[in-house]
Design a protein around this ligand. Structure first.
Ligand SMILES: Cc1ncc(COP(=O)(O)O)c(C=O)c1O
Length: 376
């Protein structure tokens, strides 16, 4: 493929960090993980940073802290957007909660904050705000609701490394924030995750939950709470450390690419919703998103056309509760989440990563125009 979703070129720095690890006899969680946690925290000003083996575990660990934090009981509810990568719904279920889905907005791909309140019940314990494709959620109204109803807020920032809302990095609004370092994300470890928080109690719980609920730093196998093995290892952290050194450059290059594609598609705005950035946001360039305004333009055919032109393409996630059999047990019916379902049927996305050249971006833009010229 000429245009991959993401790309990772490991340079000298990564080799040096990996060599350091290979020279030790300890490749599990060790000094490189600690350095990665510290470096990550310094980048964005998060006080506590607890590395995990992937972003799904990070989401799960966040949910699992709720038993101690707010005295949650198994079967309590966590509010989440209907449209997001399935890791979000799966993590809620795996941690022992019931996802309570709220529709999203086509224009932002994010949870519709005006529809959250009607889903809050006496069993609701938290809201997961997913900053989809690097676009921050409307955190002001979400935090107001959380305060009003005494709910915890988990910011799923897996796709939003370095995004800002009202001048502050995402992750500083809620009680904790989950990140993924999977391939194609801005900082990539191969596989990896992190939960960042400014709350020392949350950090202590996360430390325990990622190690089978053990009492942190205890010499004994003293299991205080439910937990699993979510630990990152030093080899993954070694790769992540090399990316931290380049984060600003990666962020800026991707952003330039995203803005270029947004500019080149201005004339197609009557045809599709693309990424947007409001004045109070700094959006992370996770991927370029296209949601067709007219279903007759056929997202599947568009995806196939782009793939046939060497542009790696993904359909959009769709509505977890009504378009994925995995969540059938919740008993929702198609039509309950119209915006998420619409995006699922009519959305695609592809990469705008840091190794793409201007020629690559022009090529993508030309192919989009070519498709719409004939499909319109
Ligand atoms: C919004 C969101 N949450 C969670 C995850 C899970 O992360 P991972 O693939 O590292 O488990 C992802 C993955 O990209 C994601 O996009």
């Amino acid at each position: 493929m000429r245009i991959e979703f993401g790309d990772l070129k490991l340079g000298e720095s990564a080799r040096r960090h990996i060599d350091d690890v290979l020279r030790t006899s300890w490749v599990s969680a060790g000094p490189k993980v600690a350095a990665f946690e510290e470096g990550w925290g310094k980048l964005f000003g998060y006080k506590h940073n607890v590395a995990m083996d992937n972003g799904t575990s990070a989401d799960m660990a966040c949910c699992m802290t709720l038993y101690d934090l707010v005295g949650a009981e198994r079967g309590d509810e966590i509010i989440a957007p209907a449209l997001a990568f399935a890791a979000v719904g799966n993590s809620i279920v795996a941690a022992g909660f019931r996802p309570s889905f709220v529709d999203v907005r086509k224009e932002t791909l994010n949870i519709d904050a005006t529809k959250i309140e009607e889903k809050i019940t006496h069993r609701t314990r938290a809201i997961i705000a997913v900053h989809t494709m690097g676009k921050p959620c409307a955190m002001d109204p979400i935090m107001e609701l959380a305060k009003k109803y005494g709910l915890k807020v988990i910011e799923d920032s897996c796709e939003a490394h370095g995004a800002k809302y009202n001048g502050k990095y995402v992750g500083h609004f809620g009680d904790m924030a989950a990140f993924s370092f999977y391939a194609a994300h801005l900082i990539c470890c191969g596989e990896g995750g992190m939960v960042s928080t400014n709350d020392s109690q949350v950090a202590e719980l996360l430390n325990s939950v990622r190690s089978h609920g053990r009492k942190p730093d205890s010499l004994y196998f003293d299991h205080l709470r439910f937990g699993l093995n979510f630990k990152m290892n030093d080899l993954e952290a070694a790769i992540g450390l090399s990316q931290i050194e380049q984060f600003r450059e990666i962020f800026d290059t991707r952003k330039k690419n995203l803005l270029y594609l947004m500019d080149r598609t201005l004339d197609l705005q009557d045809i599709a919703y693309f990424n947007t950035e409001s004045p109070n946001e700094e959006v992370t360039a996770h991927a370029f998103s296209v949601t067709l305004k007219d279903p007759k333009l056929d997202a599947q055919r568009l995806a196939e056309f782009l793939e046939s032109n060497d542009i790696k393409c993904k359909r959009n996630f769709g509505s977890m509760p009504t378009q994925h059999r995995a969540f059938e047990f919740l008993g929702h019916r198609l039509g309950e989440f119209p915006e998420a379902e619409y995006i699922g049927n009519n959305g695609i996305h592809f990469g705008c990563h840091q190794y793409l050249t201007k020629d690559d971006l022009d090529f993508v833009s030309d192919k989009l125009h070519e498709y719409f010229a004939t499909a319109r």
